[in-house]
Design a binder for this molecule. Sequence first.
Ligand code: CP3
Length: 339
Amino acid sequence: MFLRAARFEPVPYTPVWFMRQAGRSLPEYLKVREGIPMLESCMRPELVKEITLQPVRRHGVDAAIFFSDIVVPLKAVGIDVDIKPGVGPVIADPIRSFDDLQRLRPLEPDDMPYITEAVGLLVDELGTTPLIGFAGAPFTLASYLIEGGPSRTYENTKAMMYGEPELWAALVDRLAQITSAFLKIQIEAGASAIQLFDSWAGALAPDEYRRSVLPASSKVFDAVAPYGVPRIHFGVNTGELLGLMGQAGADIVGVDWRVPLHLAAERVGPGKGLQGNLDPAVLFAPTRVVETKAREVLHAAQAIGDSGHIFNLGHGVMPSMDPDALTRLVAFVHEASAR
Ligand code: CP3
């Protein structure tokens, strides 16, 4: 159903999956991850398979998302990166000069045998449930590499973008290559859709996004176009960027909860699907409220005709969420959208 909707074919109900559906909201995840650092867990194919399957088994979602992280390909080309619990990716030596760029070599197809193996194990086990591959977009990856970790202001990132445009262009160009290669590895191993996460692009004004970010993200979409798999493009706080994020080359634009889908449809224009966009925090409210809000999302999606809509949250599942509320939401979306 996910792939049919992603190709704008008629579907008997709206498919649903959740960003960050695998992870700390699930007790079975906490159990298998015990004592294993995040990045190490991404390099163990059997464990990746198990963690990716957990939310599919539990919630009955219409797609699996590959368990990995946007910084795994950076690690694979030799960047000293770690994921600190409760913090996020931390880079030991940030990249801030042309000299530093030398540390960012191209990603080769054979650099990630553990990814190829894990995807292979998964597609065998998933049967008809599609596997979504993913990668971080050049801007979001650059923000971690330049800041050295998570940031609220992106001051060093923007200083480079505005003040050293040639260095910035060279950096995002290298990242476009790494991201494209990471996606190709997943598609060649059997992923049947991809999502490009430009989670933090919403920090930029549209003109700056168009000038400094869109060309690199377009390269990524162009690189995977020949495979013909649906391509989703998502970021948070991107209400003003939705049109440009579609233009970058996506088939489906992911929308956070700040813009209702019928307005998102106008901004994105015809011929593209939409993914989203229930406020994740709604899941902390009583079930009847969750259902009212989910129904509002389904109604707004009728603006694009129901095919081409994939139900999701406006951002990821939070660790403190009740997994049963997510399971109920999947069933509700299927029932309420039945046609
Ligand atoms: O279920 C899924 O969605 C698949 C797995 C997935 C992870 N990271 C696993 C993960 C995906 C798609 C990502 C992408 C990712 N990683 C993004 C883009 C998505 C988004 O949220 O906008 C970003 C920005 C990152 C960087 C990153 N990695 C952050 C901000 C964090 C959280 C830090 C924390 O502890 O709160 C991580 C770690 C991470 N990636 C975890 C998981 C399950 C938590 C690790 C743990 O269990 O300790």
